[in-house]
Design a protein around this ligand. Structure first.
Ligand code: SAM
Length: 213
């Protein structure tokens, strides 16, 4: 029988059913600060079209839609439970055609080539089983001169948390995240990783990838 921590880790990876909805509510609160840090590093302008990869409960999408008020915010996630939560949280912007959310995968977003200026990826890199394939997809949909911002909690903190179920999360230190982001089509000098501190002293990493113009 799966342990409780294993089941929780499974819902972070793919929220499903009632427990998945509960985990979504939790993510909305605890991921607010990581989202704010990564969105700050993204430098979103009013006219930008933006993709959020793995939008979860949709809080990041909401923040992005406020900033990119003249563009479109796309979101892709594999979880129908998260799609329902994120749709409920962004109803007005969806009705206005400013936010478009869909089911999809990290490696197949369903977006057109060169369709976005910015990509946000918060607390999702742990689940990239093939970083090369994910980054190739992000490169495909990102316009020249575009930017990607990735947040991951530092491996040193993740190692202390009991809910990180074996086999569910791949963890990173700064060097590991930089290497993962340079594993695909982006050269190492297009990637920079900064260490940040969240409330309570939790160490986090924000990785930024710049696509050549
Ligand atoms: C830990 S949650 C983070 C959600 C959100 N970014 C946040 O910061 O609150 C990870 C999300 O990634 C999604 N996800 C995991 N693996 C995926 C995959 N292969 N393709 C698409 N979405 C995936 C999950 O469904 C979940 O909503």
């Amino acid at each position: 029988m799966a342990s409780i921590s294993d089941a929780f880790a499974g819902h972070l990876r793919h929220p499903r059913g009632g427990w998945g909805r509960l985990v979504g509510q939790l993510m909305r609160v605890v991921n607010a600060e990581p989202n704010a840090q990564a969105i700050r590093a993204l430098d979103v302008r009013t006219h930008h079209d933006v993709l959020e990869l793995g939008f979860g409960p949709g809080e990041g999408v909401r923040g992005l839609a406020r900033l990119a008020s003249g563009g479109t915010v796309f979101g892709v996630d594999q979880s129908s439970a998260m799609l329902a939560q994120a749709e409920a949280r962004n109803r007005a912007a969806i009705a206005a055609g400013r936010v478009r959310l869909s089911l999809g995968s990290f490696e197949a977003t369903g977006l057109a080539d060169r369709s976005v200026d910015r990509i946000l990826a918060v607390n999702v890199a742990y689940f990239w089983s093939d970083p090369h394939a994910v980054l190739a997809e992000l490169d495909r949909v990102l316009r020249p001169g575009g930017r990607i911002s990735v947040y991951a909690t530092d491996a040193s903190a993740m190692a202390r948390w009991g809910f990180i179920g074996a086999g569910h999360h791949r963890t990173f230190d700064a060097q590991g995240l930089a290497a993962a982001l340079a594993a695909g089509p982006f050269p190492a000098d297009a990637v920079r990783v900064s260490s940040v501190r969240l409330r309570g002293g939790v160490p986090g990493l924000v990785g930024v990838v710049e696509k050549a113009a």
